[in-house]
Design a protein around this ligand. Structure first.
Ligand code: AMP
Length: 444
């Protein structure tokens, strides 16, 4: 009896992103790049591994992320390293390390890539997930907060997400928040014994975290706790009011949500989340806020900052959902499809076919050829299976006439075209079909 080796599978909570779905990921990334560019953000790429200390000091030693969810390991030289659970800390670390703060003015940076948290996997929640984020370092002007939210608004529109809600709050600063935490701690004294075990612990270690507890039975208790918005210092109140006024002026709707404190300790003043009904239980599409003081916490100069992180996995789900609900819309994956399949018949045609393929590819068209001799009928079957928009057929007759057959796969119509004219021919056909039109690129 032969023993079969068990196939090795991907690690729990991680997944392979396969074509054609990866096309959608590229689309949202391209759109992010284009919108970020319009707002003068530039890309920063930081390492995926960082010293564990970076996250303990920034995200916060008592947070769920740091206490329960990080992938931390000891390197061979006994240094403790961690797969990044988020990227803001890395962006600030890199900005300190490379002296960006010393240059003055606001620095606008964006990133995209995988993050790692050991959470319980479910739809929209993974252990390796992807974030697209942006940070503005060096300014605490309320208009910057509003500008960042305006940019997000535009981005979500561009990727076709229509229904979303901006939840916004202020969590105060290092002056007024500790006062509020004292008030909260006092209020929790009398009710904590009736709350979930996590809240009982949080009431001691990090009372703010009680506010984002998701346990159903705790919600009425949480609703009666004092609100941070009643305990902001005059400066924070003024900042928050100015952010809201800026949002109004830009026509951006929001919902003030006093319980929104988010799961990371570094936030100050403005915090926000955008939720989308299309997502079900894991409905937070993105989150962010201000983190004045984070730079100092990790050894940098005083430098305010604000940023956000979009959960790309959830964004892609929401984009798919939005497309599904858009009636009569053709799947956008057409754009990803192959443009040309070249079929050759007879040995003499292979050389000219390869030359044509190289030329068309140099012109930027997506082209495929099979180097095995194949019968015409089978070739057309392959072209249609690959979703090619056009098939080009080159046989002895075509070689003799110096004109190749260009077949429109959607209509079946066929024309003879000179090799040098083929790109122009195809592009004009595509343009007349509005093939290159970008559905989502609509003006505000
Ligand atoms: P955070 O970094 O916790 O502020 O999260 C920002 C966004 O990242 C969330 O709104 C989610 O969209 C996404 N996100 C966070 N954790 C996960 C996860 N485990 N799986 C998928 N997306 C996540």
């Amino acid at each position: 009896m032969s023993t079969r080796t068990e196939p090795i599978r991907a690690v729990k909570g991680t997944r392979d992103l396969l074509p054609p779905e990866t096309w959608r990921w590229q689309k949202v990334e391209d759109e992010a790049r284009s919108v970020f560019h319009a707002y003068n953000f530039r890309e920063l790429r930081t390492p995926i591994i960082e010293r564990t200390e970076l996250f303990a000091r920034s995200v916060g030693a008592d947070t769920d992320i740091v206490t329960k969810e990080m992938y931390t390991f000891e390197d061979r030289d006994h240094e403790s390293l961690t797969l990044r659970p988020e990227a803001t800390a890395s962006v600030v670390r890199a900005s300190i390390e490379h002296g960006l703060f010393n240059e003055g003015g606001a620095h606008k940076l964006y990133y995209m890539g995988p993050m790692f948290r050991r959470e319980r996997p479910q739809k929209g929640r993974y252990r390796q997930f992807y974030q697209i984020g942006a940070e503005v370092l060096g300014s605490d002007h309320p208009a910057i907060d509003a500008e960042v939210l305006e940019m997000l608004h535009l981005f979500l529109e561009r990727v076709g997400i229509k229904s979303f809600t901006l939840l916004i709050n202020s969590v105060g600063n290092s002056k007024c928040r500790p006062e509020y935490v004292k008030v909260l701690r006092r209020a929790l004294e009398s009710v904590k014994s009736t709350m979930c075990p996590d809240c009982q612990r949080r009431a001691e270690t990090n009372p703010l975290r009680v506010l984002d507890c998701k346990v159903e039975a705790d919600q009425p208790i949480i609703a009666r706790l004092p609100s941070i918005l009643d305990h902001l210092c005059p400066e924070c109140r003024q900042h928050f009011d100015r952010v809201l006024a800026e949002l109004k002026q830009r026509g951006i709707p929001y919902e003030i949500t006093p319980r929104l404190v988010r799961g990371l300790d570094y936030y100050t003043r403005t915090t926000f989340e955008i939720t989308s009904g299309a997502l079900g239980a894991q409905n937070a599409l993105l989150g962010g806020g201000r983190y004045d003081g984070l730079s100092e916490k990790i050894g940098g100069p005083p430098a305010p900052g604000i940023g956000f992180s979009i959960g790309e996995d959830r964004l892609v789900l929401a984009v798919e959902e939005a497309e599904r609900s858009k009636e009569a819309s053709k799947p956008e994956s057409k754009d990803a499809a192959l443009t040309v399949y070249v079929a050759w018949l007879g040995d003499a045609a292979l050389g000219p076919a390869s030359t044509l393929v190289r030329e068309l590819r140099r012109q930027g068209l997506s082209v495929e050829i099979d180097y095995e001799p194949t019968r015409l009928k089978k070739s057309m079957g392959i072209a249609s299976k690959l979703g090619a928009r056009f098939a080009i057929i080159i046989g002895d007759g075509e070689l003799a006439r110096g004109r190749y057959q260009v077949k429109d796969m959607s209509t079946g119509g066929q024309e003879e075209v000179e090799p040098a004219e083929i790109t122009r021919h195809i592009e004009s056909r595509l343009r007349s079909l509005n093939y290159f039109a970008e559905e989502s690129r609509k003006p505000l």
